[in-house]
Design a protein around this ligand. Structure first.
Ligand SMILES: Cc1cc2nc3c(=O)[nH]c(=O)nc-3n(C[C@H](O)[C@H](O)[C@H](O)COP(=O)(O)OP(=O)(O)OC[C@H]3O[C@@H](n4cnc5c(N)ncnc54)[C@H](O)[C@@H]3O)c2cc1C
Length: 389
């Protein structure tokens, strides 16, 4: 098979780029390791920057998102039993959109179907080749048949565990990583959310987050040790621990119910540089991940796709390759700002095991300062709604 752009990974990054390029007549193929059902069963992000929403509309995939997504003009930080509202709209002039990653991915798949885009599922042993030549290609296995895609560019949008980043020579790739000593236990339930806006709760027993996907679908998280497994947590144990970490007035309103999904996500920050090697371009989680605190992951993928899409357009429409040449540096500049913000919010709100008394007092003081200073809250709001791209 021959195409211009071979995209490895059919998650939000790969599908969004595929759709945008296709709309401009740039032929591309997506190779996804798993089935569509598997991809759509993953419960992940829910808070979108307006920049992401704008891209979805540009990709002609924004209709349901605009109809069903909820605009949130603020969120709460709970500490010492009190709720403090961060007025995103008032502080930054902007808001965020709450719309589940699962729904957004479904919209992208449906758009790809409508345009007869080529998305190949269950592609096994995907492997890019000859990335530092003008004619790279990608091989994969379809059941027992060996397949090959010849292309001009390869996009590595295959997430943190994908194959693309690993195909960059070790002598070229630099990796920076921070692993946090805890994870998030998440529960999805068909219950009315405890608060119309998200509640980030700091508590000596550990962090908690009350999030939502809609007014009938709640997503809650609690910080847990990395040694815990999902089997250690019955629904009852989860709900009672969550209640203990929330201010009384919030806990009293909490509607509990059976979990429809329960999982533990380790918290990790990671950046790979450069994001380009020859004709391979990395995008999204393939190049960088953040802890979910502050909701930067999917949103950082969106800015990569924005830069990459415009760089590809300039290359194919005007023969101008400066965007492709500058992609890695431009994307990484924003990626590192998202890393900084996620690290800051994670450090501010979590309980660190064995943290010295000095660090605990500093953490408390940082939060007190934040909540007492309009300027500090303005900086939080500016980052939370998303820096421009
Ligand atoms: C619990 C949790 C909560 C989160 N909350 C938020 C949030 O509120 N806001 C936010 O912005 N972000 C959030 N994130 C992060 C967000 O989900 C990711 O940043 C996002 O999924 C990145 O999209 P992606 O397309 O780059 O990668 P992925 O979604 O990982 O997609 C990569 C795709 O590539 C496929 N693939 C992998 N290997 C191969 C291979 N060898 N060959 C072919 N295909 C392959 C995978 O099957 C997958 O479909 C959260 C993440 C988690 C885990």
């Amino acid at each position: 098979m021959e195409t211009k752009v071979c995209i490895i990974g059919g998650g939000p990054s790969g599908l969004l780029l595929s759709q945008l390029l296709h709309l401009k007549g740039i032929d591309n193929v997506v190779l996804e390791k798993h089935s569509r059902d598997h991809v759509l069963a993953r419960i992940r992000a829910g808070v979108l920057e307006h920049g992401f929403a704008r891209l979805m509309r540009e990709a002609e995939c924004g209709e349901r998102m605009d109809r069903e997504g909820e605009i949130h003009e603020g969120f709460f930080i709970a500490d010492a039993g009190r709720l403090n509202r961060i007025d995103l709209q008032g502080l930054s002039g902007n808001s965020v959109l709450v719309y589940g990653q699962t729904e957004l991915t479904r919209d992208l798949y449906e758009a790809r179907d409508r345009m007869r885009g080529v998305v190949i599922h269950n592609a096994q042993d995907v492997q890019p080749h000859d990335l530092d030549t003008e004619r790279p290609y990608v091989t994969y296995r379809d059941r027992d048949e060996a397949m090959r895609v010849d292309c001009e560019f390869v996009i590595g949008a295959d997430g943190f565990h994908g194959v693309s980043r690993k195909s960059i020579p070790k002598s070229v790739l630099r990796e920076a990583e921070k692993v946090y000593p805890f994870g998030w236990l998440g529960v999805l339930s068909h219950t009315r959310p405890v608060s119309p806006e998200l509640v980030y709760a700091r508590h000596p027993r550990g962090f908690a987050l009350c999030s939502l996907r809609s007014q009938t679908l709640s997503r809650y998280y609690i910080q847990v040790p990395l040694t815990d497994s999902v089997e250690d947590w019955s629904d009852d144990a989860f709900w009672s621990e969550l209640k203990r970490r929330l201010p009384e007035e919030v806990a009293a309103r909490l509607v509990t119910g059976p979990s429809i999904e329960k999982s533990i996500a380790p918290l990790r920050s990671f950046v790979a540089e450069p994001m380009r090697h020859g004709r391979l371009f990395l995008a999204g989680d393939a190049a960088h991940i953040v802890p979910p605190t502050g909701a930067r992951g999917l949103n950082s993928a969106a800015s990569d796709i924005h830069y990459l899409y415009h760089a590809m357009l300039a290359h194919y429409e005007r023969g101008d390759s400066s965007g492709l040449d500058g992609y890695s540096a431009k994307a990484l500049a924003r990626v590192w700002k998202a890393q900084r913000f996620s690290w800051w919010m994670t450090t501010l709100l979590h309980t660190f095991p064995d943290s010295p008394a000095y660090d605990q007092r500093l953490q408390q003081t940082e939060l007190e300062y934040l909540l007492s200073s309009e300027k500090a809250m303005g900086s939080l709001a500016e980052n939370y709604v998303g820096l421009p791209f």
